[in-house]
Design a protein around this ligand. Structure first.
Ligand code: ZN
Ligand code: ZN
Length: 362
């Protein structure tokens, strides 16, 4: 048993900085000294409304709130369970925070992101930080199959970007993008920006990103990799802008990363024949989709939820493009300020993309 300072979520708007006891890792677990944990949109909803937080025993972990929040984290291996293979103390790792049963048909087919047993009866999500203790803590025990080794010289702040980058990588994979495709992304939050970076790396020709926030679009421009921006606050029409930007009749692929129904509609309008729309963002309200518009252009509606078997690819991509990914991190805050300088700021300040929490080491 070791003491650890952690941010523990008891329920909506009730997060407490506490000293908790973390047991030694189980025989198939490694204990991680967490260095950085990113805050994302789902953390905001979990904090504000208790969305996806286990309130009754989760079917796989048998845990429920209060739980330590955080699912985007990286650190160093501190202790190793008896049956763990391939790790040594001090290894740098990024954690894949998925909870999956391992035996349902989805898991057995390798699609463990779609595990049939991972969603609780209260809709709790199958992720650390929601249905088991997460990374906003000095120490966290994880099953070693979900720990992924990072290069020794990779800054652990970049390691904490593996999780959201894996979300984008799964969407890119599901889209079956080809070199030379034109791509539109709606929503310039972290997932939209990471999807734009990966689309470029995958060989997309024009990569365009739309948002209602000029500040967010400025982050896309600062990446300096040739992403074109469509500013909806200036009443730019996505369809017209795409015609201007690409001199073509629409985009091959649209990735919907905003969770906004009107953005989804604009994306469908912007597709060319046989175009593909990939839905990544979760909607808080069910959107209206006019399927007739897709039908008449032979379009496809695809989805992407979480990730499976993406971390090892993502680690290599981040390692090869460090300076681009560094620009996604707009602020680093101390553990005690998760709510005041993290969650509250992400809601009020659109100049923020990814805020990282630096976990104190003692
Ligand atoms: Zn996240
Ligand atoms: Zn399963």
């Amino acid at each position: 048993m070791s003491a650890s300072i952690a941010q523990v979520l008891y329920g909506p708007k009730d997060m407490r900085l506490e000293k908790v006891d973390i047991p030694d890792p189980g025989e198939d677990q490694v204990q991680i000294s967490v260095y950085f944990n990113g805050i994302c949109g789902s953390d905001i909803h979990e904090y504000l409304d208790g969305m996806d937080l286990a309130t009754v025993e989760h079917p796989i972990t048998h845990e429920k709130a209060p739980l330590i929040s955080g699912h985007e984290f990286a650190g160093k291996v501190k202790k190793i369970g008896a049956l763990v293979k391939g790790f040594k103390v001090g290894d740098q790792v990024a954690i894949e925070p998925i909870i999956a049963c391992g035996y349902c048909s989805a898991c057995r087919s390798g699609n463990y992101n779609l595990c049939e047993n991972s969603i609780g009866e209260d809709n709790a999500a199958g992720f650390l930080g929601f249905s088991a203790n997460g990374g906003l803590s000095q120490l966290c025990n994880v099953s070693y199959i979900y720990a992924h080794k990072l290069p020794d010289d990779l800054p652990l702040s970049l390691g904490a970007l593996c999780e959201p980058t894996a979300v984008a990588a799964q969407a890119i994979f599901n889209s079956r993008i080809h070199a030379g495709d034109d791509v539109l992304i709606s929503g310039a939050g972290p997932i939209g920006l990471l999807t734009a970076i990966l689309a470029k790396i995958s060989g997309a020709h024009d990569v365009m990103i739309s948002d209602v926030s000029t500040s967010r679009l400025q982050i896309a421009e600062k990446l300096d990799i040739g992403i074109q921006t469509i500013d909806l606050s200036k009443k730019e029409s996505v369809r017209e802008e795409i015609k201007k930007l690409t001199d073509r009749q629409g985009t091959d692929i649209a990735f919907e990363c905003s969770g906004n129904g009107s953005a989804l509609d604009a994306d469908i309008d912007a597709l060319k024949f046989n175009g593909k729309l990939v839905q990544i963002a979760l909607f808080s309200q069910p959107p209206l989709v006019d399927v007739r518009k897709l039908l008449k252009k032979g379009g496809s509606l695809l989805t992407s939820y979480g990730y499976a078997n993406m971390f090892d690819k993502v680690i290599k991509i981040i390692d090869n493009n460090r300076s681009t990914f560094e620009k996604i991190i707009t602020k680093t805050i101390p553990l005690e300020e998760v709510v005041s300088s993290g969650i509250d700021l992400l809601i009020s300040d659109k100049k923020q993309a990814k805020i990282l929490v630096k976990i104190p080491q003692d």
